[in-house]
Design a protein around this ligand. Structure first.
Ligand code: LLP
Length: 425
């Protein structure tokens, strides 16, 4: 992507603005689909639920993993049929279960004995018998940030293995559901193929145990969580290595495998474009105050996530021939020549909290008021986790396709923010 396009988008759409690259999402999906050939791929909508992204993934062949009825409606608006959707989540409301059943949902991942009872009763009353996978809590340590670990035995997710086995054994008590699968998702941002092999083995042991008392589960869903490198020298995980670590185990057992990746498909394909409002120095720290904030991208504040920040070279900056004959933007090339003009910056937003930062101690060349910065790997859990804190309208979203681009979500307005309050005055 050229800097000229980023300047054009900033000028026409304004900042802050999320920009996604359709070609990258497509390439990520194709690579994943090749590595997991024969498996069901259910995109975790929570990572980025923009309708245009959902539609793109649907056209590429993805199903959807949803955790609310709102996400189910989004997936269907984007062109999915209900049977291509898995409804997961630790706390589904009755009205959500009813709507999902009425729509003809493909699978429900059930997370407690009580939920199984409620779902079975509702479905039976409707004369339905939906496919259910029990989400087990496999007690595998995913070695990730504590907020992103979900499969340690005592976390709120899923059902411990023994009680889950007991539910399958007592399946005759739940005539409104077809318990046909077992599911686990042990966490997010994982980098060890061995962790997936371990999880798969727990799932397959579960299936084997069920077979021993005559219950034949046809599907195992091993969740998502595939890590991506947020820094050029950061930890990496090739999806092929995950597939190689666990698929041979499953093939030997003759079960169908499902996965639910979110971040892997969209993180790297997105960036958050923001403009520098002010530069200042307080004590020993240089600050770049930008127009994006923690309400736009909360990952740095919430998880201490370190996203790479790049300066977008100015359009009008003179270009020079580099040694290999190609043209380079002067602003970028001077990065290496004029070390004295670089500084370590705290990139912070306008929100009234010290926790409002987008990056700590990043090296940026010649930063000035008005410069554009592009925060990398912001396509997953970026816009999706954004809020209106400080009455800040949520950002616009743009999709790049080939050499062109289009708005896929307009910026919120003050009027849309207060719409639900004005009538209550
Ligand atoms: N399946 C289940 C049941 C999940 O809970 C999640 C994510 C996924 C799949 C997709 O995980 P992924 O492939 O995207 O890692 N906000 C955090 C991530 C929270 C993930 C929550 N569950 C972040 O910004 O890092």
């Amino acid at each position: 992507m050229t800097n000229a396009i980023l300047h054009e988008i900033a000028a026409q759409v304004g900042t802050p603005c999320y920009i996604y690259d359709q070609d990258k999402i497509t390439a990520n999906y194709r690579r994943l689909a090749a590595a997991f050939a024969g498996c069901g791929i259910y995109y975790a909508v929570k990572a980025n639920s923009n309708l245009s992204i959902l539609r793109l993934l649907r056209e590429l062949g993805a199903g959807f993993d949803v955790v609310s009825i709102g996400e189910m409606r989004r997936a269907m608006l984007a062109g999915a049929s209900a049977d291509q959707i898995v409804f997961a989540g630790v706390g589904k409301r009755d009205d959500e279960l009813i709507e999902a059943l009425d729509a003809g949902i493909g699978w429900l991942n059930v997370e407690s004995a009580q939920e199984l009872r409620v779902l079975s009763d509702i479905a039976q009353a409707k004369g339905l018998r939906p496919n259910v996978a029990l989400r087990i809590n496999p007690a595998v340590d995913p070695h990730t940030h504590q907020y992103l670990a979900t499969g340690k035995g005592s976390s709120k997710f899923g059902i411990n293995v023994e009680p889950a086995l007991a539910l399958v054994a007592q399946r005759a008590d739940y005539p409104g559901v077809n318990i046909a699968g077992v599911h686990a998702h042990i966490g997010s941002l994982l980098f060890e193929p061995a962790t997936y092999a371990q999880t798969m083995q727990v799932l397959l042991d579960f299936v084997a145990e069920c077979r021993s008392f005559g219950a034949d589960l046809s599907h195992v869903d091993v969740g998502g969580g595939f890590g991506v490198a947020y820094q050029p020298d950061g930890a990496q995980l090739a999806v092929e290595d995950i597939a190689n670590a666990m698929l041979p185990l499953a093939r030997a057992d003759g079960v169908n495998v499902q996965i639910e990746p979110g971040r892997y498909l969209v993180a790297e394909a997105g960036q958050l474009l923001t403009r520098v409002l002010y530069i200042k120095t307080n004590g020993d720290k240089h600050y770049a105050v930008v127009d994006a904030a923690m309400n736009d991208l909360i990952r740095p504040s919430l998880y201490g996530a370190a996203h790479q920040v790049l300066k977008v070279a100015k359009n009008q900056e003179p270009r020079r021939k580099s040694q290999d004959g190609s043209e380079k933007d002067l602003a970028l090339s001077t990065k290496h020549l004029a070390l004295e003009s670089q500084d370590l910056y705290e990139v912070v937003g306008p929100i009234c909290e010290s926790g409002d930062f987008l990056a700590h101690a990043v090296t940026l060349p010649d930063l000035q008021r008005g410069d554009l910065l592009a925060i990398q790997h912001a396509g997953a859990y970026g816009f999706a986790m954004s809020s209106n804190y400080n009455t800040r309208p949520r950002a616009a979203e743009v999709m790049l396709h080939g050499q062109g681009w289009r708005i896929i979500r307009t910026r919120e307005t003050f009027e849309s923010l207060v719409a639900g309050e004005i009538g209550c005055l």
